[in-house]
Design a protein around this ligand. Structure first.
Ligand SMILES: Nc1ncnc2c1ncn2[C@@H]1O[C@H](COP(=O)(O)OP(=O)(O)OP(=O)(O)O)[C@@H](O)[C@H]1O
Ligand SMILES: [Mg+2]
Length: 251
């Protein structure tokens, strides 16, 4: 796996074996450290969900890992092949859907590459349409297809289902779970939804004070349902970490 290195200290074989290796990462805005000496490791093929209060620095961390923000201190090792999908699908309205999927890809990729990725997200029939004719869920899937054509070793997702209605969201979550299992890439999913995190992730991280303040391994069998034994306990423990009390005393 090719690796991009920002400001390396001393590359070691153990670090190279990780999909993500972050050490001593600090990112400040106007003298305020939003990310403060953060450490993070993600294994190849691991699905990690990142929770944390609004404004705690989740998107900032994702942007750093995506290579969109290099104004940092510390070490960040990430695979060269990585892709990002944001909460808003960010499709160019003047380009057909299939052209949006190929946008920014190096070389002159053939339309069939886009069509295959669109097929994978259930949009094989919509490649030749305009983005404005897509529903919110379809646009989000097109955005996922755009990430997939990059054949990422690391897929970075920033609240990709945040704007979807409940039913579409459940379908999109299932789709991401299937794509991850098929592709075998590492995933870092930023979400506000604790259930989504427990449904999908191998490990859930909670960010606070500019660092990863807590981590929870999720050992439930897949495919998971929120009715599984063990699910409620994990959900409650994570909500408590996020400062949300559950149970009869909460109201
Ligand atoms: N370009 C910037 N200039 C100044 N401050 C910024 C910039 N980008 C982010 N910040 C600040 O950094 C903090 C963290 O922002 P970030 O977007 O990473 O939070 P977040 O955890 O993703 O929040 P949310 O859950 O609401 O999306 C916020 O206080 C934000 O105002
Ligand atoms: Mg954010």
């Amino acid at each position: 796996m090719a690796t991009d290195v920002h400001r390396p200290v001393s590359p070691a074989a153990t670090r190279a074996a990780k999909a993500v290796h972050v050490e001593g990462l600090t990112r400040s805005f106007d003298g305020r450290a939003v990310i403060d000496d953060l450490r993070l490791g993600i294994e190849p093929g691991e699905f990690v969900a990142l929770l944390g209060a609004s404004g705690c620095g989740k998107s900032t961390l994702l942007r750093v890992l995506a290579g969109l923000d290099r104004d940092i201190e510390g070490t960040v090792l990430v695979p060269r092949r990585r892709a990002v999908a944001f909460q808003a699908p960010r499709l160019m309205p003047w380009k057909k859907v299939w052209r949006n999927v190929l946008l920014g890809l190096p070389g002159r990729p053939e339309r069939a590459v886009a069509e295959r990725a669109l097929d994978e997200v259930g949009l094989g029939h919509r490649g030749n349409t305009w983005p404005r004719t897509l529903s919110g869920g379809e646009a989000q899937r097109a955005s996922l297809a755009r990430a997939l054509v990059r054949e990422p070793d690391l897929l970075l997702l920033d609240e990709p289902f945040g704007a979807l209605d409940a039913l579409t969201r459940i379908k999109a979550q299932r789709l991401v779970g299937e794509l991850w299992q098929r592709r075998g890439c590492a995933v870092l999913l930023v979400t506000h939804d604790v259930e989504e995190a427990v449904l999908l992730a191998d490990r859930v991280l909670v960010m606070d004070g500019g660092r990863i303040a807590h981590e929870q391994r999720i050992d439930l069998d897949r495919p998971r349902e929120i009715t599984d034994p063990g699910f409620a306990g994990l959900r409650a423990a994570l909500l408590e970490r996020l400062g949300v009390r559950t149970g009869p005393e909460a109201s």
